[in-house]
Design a protein around this ligand. Sequence first.
Ligand code: COA
Length: 260
Amino acid sequence: MTHPNILVTDSDGILAIEISRRDKKNAITSDMYRAMSEALSHAREQSHVRVVLIRGQDDLFTAGNDLGDFLHRKAGDPSAAIPFLHLLSAFEKPLVAAVAGNAVGIGTTLLLHCDLVYAADNASFQLPFVNLALCPEAGSSLLLPRLAGHQRAAELLLLGETFDATTAREAGIVNRVVAADQLMDTALAAARKLAAKPAQSLAVTKSLMKRPPERSAIEAMDEEVIFFADLVAAPAAKEIFSAFLEKRIPNPEKINGVKP
Ligand code: COA
């Protein structure tokens, strides 16, 4: 699981995936997608990993897919980005992203699959697919209109111009904009909070939120009730209820079984 341009660290329940290919503005090659897929698979399988953090540096996220790779791609060639995006989209544990500097193409669209996205005030986003004679990828043709509304998504996807962190926040792509030197601390603090919460509740909550929106509120309630009934009777919830009633702090080992 090592690649010189994908730096993976695993500590305190947080698996951090850092894109680091600075001479090429962190552009992502096929091998880099494969390394990120391996890191995500590892994070999915390891119960001690509670949260994944995707980051670049505090002045750069990624200039998107390596255009040299695109240049040599023939119609029908498999793309290593696809398995990565599938893993990301179906990832059960919380995904936090920290974005600074350029976030182009998949650098923006991968954020639509994350749960908490923090951006530095120097971040610059772009969805240049039409400009590159391509079309949206990573499910962004569905997810962005859903998130931002049709007109706003159309402006970003059809014009393909760069937009700043405030615009990204207004479009719903970003949770919060912070000073560049605060970015990694802010994202890590959120990741640490998530890592300390009951893992099963996080996973169930995320899966309920990611159900297709076509279902009715009644269907949503019916599905919620099934999971709720299991969770309310599980040891983690019991420990939290007991702690509240006994005016004590819940024992984290009773909540997640093992220490994060
Ligand atoms: N693929 C391959 N190489 C890339 C790249 C990409 N997506 N983005 C940048 N690079 C390379 C440049 O070719 C250059 O390499 P060189 O030094 O060997 O010539 C190096 O990274 C620095 O890029 P440069 O354009 O000089 O940096 P900049 O700060 O002036 O501009 C960007 C940064 C991101 C605005 C600009 O590089 C850019 O538009 N890149 C293409 C983004 C893109 O279209 N991505 C695909 C989306 S689907």
